[in-house]
Design a binder for this molecule. Structure first.
Ligand SMILES: [Zn+2]
Length: 308
């Protein structure tokens, strides 16, 4: 069943190498998210890549109430804003959503296959983890911001891990589009200090040979393997790491498109505007039509419902 190999994230560890990682492959969920928009291919590809990265990062969240948000922003690029987020739902399925704001004329000027730098110019990537704090106050909100550098979003994310979390990390994301739709595959491999797999990090050493060894193995990974809809993710891991003593799959998470927009929220936002401004925004029927940037659904908010 090819379907079974899509919209899935696996968590894994290689205990003997102090390595932990995630591997994901997104298929229908990418098409689902993109179906709400009419993006040109370069933008669709960028969002597919961002969704795969959001899934890699988001599945490291420890609790169901948490959320991972990625935001790439620039003032001088063809893309002005890219947002992708991940939130596990009550059933433990990872809900993904995202959108891109861009200048179509500037995109056309760049031709068919613009680079990350071409799309964003001088931009930055903000990665925010929101987790419910435990009794010891561990958790809460954590945000790291890094420049949008490197050939891809994945490489920018490596900078994030190096700078913000000081964990040597390898990220690869590959995207393809064929007649059946989009497929985005990704892998995140992190090297933890001795004996810290599965525990909180205490200190970091960058000079460990295990780290280089795993990095070299990871670089043998082919884009076709990450994006092959019929190749099980377990099989991809096995091909990469079959010489290791043990590769332990620690988690398997399903992924879906999920938007959290609701009319109550939009009404709440609009209630903060002065009443005359709201009248100005309304159509002839007395509705303010608010569209969700993520899923493009339109919510008609009636002027009649406001008390101020
Ligand atoms: Zn929505």
């Amino acid at each position: 069943m090819p379907e079974a190999q899509m919209d899935i994230a696996l968590g894994f560890t290689i205990p003997s190498r102090n390595v932990r990682g995630r591997i994901v492959r997104l298929g229908p969920v990418v098409d689902d998210v993109l179906s709400a928009h009419a993006y040109p291919p370069a933008i669709a590809r960028l969002l597919a890549e961002a969704l795969a990265l959001a899934a890699l990062l988001g599945t490291t969240l420890k609790d169901v109430g948490g959320q991972l948000t990625m935001q790439a922003q620039t003032e001088n690029g063809a893309v002005s804003l890219l947002v992708a987020d991940y939130k596990p739902d009550a059933q433990g399925i990872g809900d993904l959503r995202g959108y891109v704001q861009f200048d179509v004329d500037r995109l056309v000027e760049m031709g068919g296959d613009p680079s990350l730098f071409g799309l964003f110019g001088k931009g930055y990537l903000a990665i925010t983890f929101d987790q419910i704090a435990n009794e010891q106050g561990v958790g809460g909100r954590y945000q790291g911001i890094v420049p949008l550098e490197g050939a891809s979003l994945g490489k920018a994310a490596e900078h994030y891990f190096a700078q913000s979390e000081q964990i040597p990390s390898f990220v690869q994301i590959d995207v393809r589009q064929d007649a059946d739709g989009w497929i985005a595959g990704g892998v995140l491999i992190q090297h933890l200090p001795e004996g810290e797999v599965g525990r909180e990090r205490l200190h970091v050493r960058h000079d460990q040979p295990e780290c280089e060894h795993v990095q070299i193995l990871a670089e043998t990974l082919k884009a076709e393997e990450l994006t092959d809809p019929e190749l099980a993710l377990e099989e991809v891991l096995w091909r990469l790491f079959h010489e290791e003593d043990e590769v332990r799959v620690t988690a398997r998470t399903g992924l879906a498109k999920g938007c959290r927009c609701n009319i109550t929220h939009f009404r709440d936002v609009l209630s903060r505007f002065p009443a005359p401004d709201r009248v100005e925004m309304a159509d002839e029927q007395g509705n303010i039509n608010v569209d969700c940037a993520f899923c493009s659904r339109i919510f008609p908010v009636s002027l009649a419902g406001f008390s101020n």
